[in-house]
Design a protein around this ligand. Structure first.
Ligand code: ADP
Ligand code: MG
Length: 537
């Protein structure tokens, strides 16, 4: 037995006399597949509905539409204004670097549930997740993840909880513990529940109503007790139904109806929809960044390594004009400028798309969606944090360049552009271009793995050859490298920046062309990204 008392005492604001959710004539079409076809359903307070039916029948799609995290292609949804929903999803893939405790705290903060450390530990103990509370979600076993998922779906004491194949992959012991939790927190509190399952015994044990769904249609619905009376058990009924439907399917070809009636529905998940939702998300993202590898590396260690390795090599290489002047070699000064601006580009190319892809492809986005955060807000938050990281990385590199070489040559000679005012616009242009490039990458790649592979195999050599890592002066002296820079899409805002950094910026025809090209690229990236970056809903 794990939970002996309710998880928290938050009271609900629902009206017991009207339906919690009422959906009418809901259709959902994925590209070519008709997943739901004209489905209508009413969920009243206290209803516990079991959803059964063969794989691919539309059960998960229906659950997610009821939960408000997926939009139907057409149809109407009415929800009680103040109701709260708890969701447990069939898939549970999480991005790297979020711990169990991070996620739970995110939920508590999002739903404004005050909870002291003692109470939290007590709940973790009840759910038997205390021992792995500091482990990363992606590294947990199926049963461990499932417990966390169930805790997350119940932690805000919702009026309706939706469980999608809750017991798949769990052993008998864990299953019966989870059942006790459900009985304690849902059944005995007379909360509404949707339970998608293949286990007929679960429906008999926990639900009072059932619906049978096949090929996106509700084929049958009623009371569990009538079903048991008529067929002996839910299992007998489903088995019979399944065989009948299969036979019917063979006879007729299913025609595809193309219904393009786009219906905009806002996701209204809980009553506190506008309060304090952004801060918990930012905190969660910070934890993700702090515990992952890429951000600390690219932001803080990478420039230091390069400064150490290359800075000392180029330090003594004096360029014309610098000889004997007591100033650093022009090459060193240029290297520092290149490196600092590279910090901005690497956040755009590596960190922004990786974050978006990892979250997009994981159940975490559904979890975040379930707390009423819209994908667009998530993306804007990632971009805003990316810009902060870009500027931090930029100044961090300059700081260390100053610490390492500034004593000898003077800070201003090492860590400042010679033409300050001329360099700023091109610095900002690089920043905007890096962000739009990051969004473009996030929109064209489907999986994080292919993106990482492609970005490392293709982008790194191009960036290296193209002058992102090497000072422009070094490149200009080599015809091969000079022409290779044209492969680097950042060249068009980086080269004017580098020129201003080195003090030889003039606004001539070439600079004008560079300016036009970078603005055209920013527009092309942004337009493509906004068309392609569709969040599946
Ligand atoms: P169930 O949960 O009953 O197994 P689903 O709701 O997951 O069924 O799926 C219903 C149908 O919609 C299936 O044919 C499935 O292949 C299709 N489907 C589900 N999700 C997607 C998606 N994201 N993109 C395309 N097709 C999908
Ligand atoms: Mg499913």
């Amino acid at each position: 037995m794990i939970a002996k008392e309710q998880i928290n005492e938050k009271t609900s604001n629902i009206d017991e006399n009207i339906p919690l959710i009422e959906i009418s004539n809901i259709t959902k079409t994925y590209k070519h597949k008709n997943a739901l076809d004209d489905v209508s359903l009413v969920i009243n307070p206290g209803d516990r509905i079991g959803i059964i039916g063969p794989n691919g029948g539309g059960k998960s799609t229906l659950s997610e539409i009821l939960g408000g995290i997926r939009k139907p292609t057409s149809g109407k949804i009415k929800r009680q204004e103040n109701m709260t929903i708890g969701l447990q999803f069939q898939e549970s893939k999480y991005p790297i670097g979020i711990t169990v405790l991070d996620m739970i705290k995110y939920y508590l903060e999002t739903f404004n549930i005050p909870m002291n450390e003692g109470k939290l530990i007590e709940i973790l103990r009840k759910f038997q997740i205390e021992n792995y509370k500091n482990k990363f979600l992606e590294g947990l076993s199926g049963g461990q993840q499932q417990r966390v998922n169930i805790l997350l779906s119940l932690i805000h004491n919702p009026d309706l909880v939706i469980f999608d194949e809750i017991s798949t992959g769990l052993d008998i012991e864990v299953r019966s513990e989870i059942f006790d939790v459900i009985k304690e927190n849902v059944v005995s509190k007379n909360k509404a529940m949707i339970l998608v399952t293949h286990m007929m015994s679960e429906i008999e044990e926990l639900c009072d109503k059932y619906i049978y769904i096949h090929n996106g249609k509700i084929r049958e619905q009623g009371l569990v007790k009538d079903l048991v009376k008529k067929h002996g058990s839910v299992h007998n009924f489903t088995w019979k139904k399944f065989k009948e439907e299969k036979a019917a399917d063979l006879k007729k070809d299913i025609e595809k109806a193309d219904k393009e009636n786009k219906n905009k529905l806002d996701r209204i998940i809980n009553s506190e929809k506008n309060k304090g939702k952004n801060i918990p998300l930012i905190k969660l993202l910070m934890k993700y960044y702090a515990k992952g590898f890429a951000v600390p590396f690219f932001l803080f260690f990478f420039p230091l390594i390069l400064l150490f390795l290359e800075g000392f090599v180029f330090k003594s290489m004096e360029m014309p004009g610098a000889a004997g002047s007591g100033k650093p070699g022009a090459l060193l000064h240029n290297l520092i400028g290149s490196l600092a601006i590279m910090q901005i580009i690497s956040v755009g190319v590596f960190i922004i798309p990786q974050t978006i892809l990892e979250f997009k492809n994981s159940v975490l986005m559904k979890r975040i969606g379930a707390t009423n955060i819209k994908p667009i807000f998530f993306i804007l938050t990632v971009v805003a944090m990316g810009i902060i990281f870009m500027l931090m990385g930029f100044f961090w590199t300059l700081l260390w360049a100053g610490i390492m070489f500034g004593g000898e040559f003077g800070w201003a000679n090492v860590a400042l552009p010679v033409q300050f005012g001329e360099s700023i616009p091109f610095l900002l242009l690089t920043l905007v271009q890096a962000v739009s490039m990051g969004m473009l990458l996030a929109s064209i790649f489907k999986s994080t793995t292919t993106y990482i592979a492609v970005s490392n195999i293709l982008y790194m050599p191009i960036a290296f050859l193209g002058g992102s890592f090497l000072p422009i002066d070094l490149i200009m002296n080599s015809p091969v490298l000079k022409y290779a820079t044209y492969l680097n899409i950042f060249k068009y805002c980086m080269e004017p920046f580098s020129n201003a950094w080195a003090g030889r910026f003039i606004f001539d025809l070439e600079t004008g062309i560079y300016l036009a090209v970078s603005i055209a690229m920013i527009s092309a990236f942004t337009v493509t990204a906004s068309f392609k970056l569709k969040w599946e809903s």
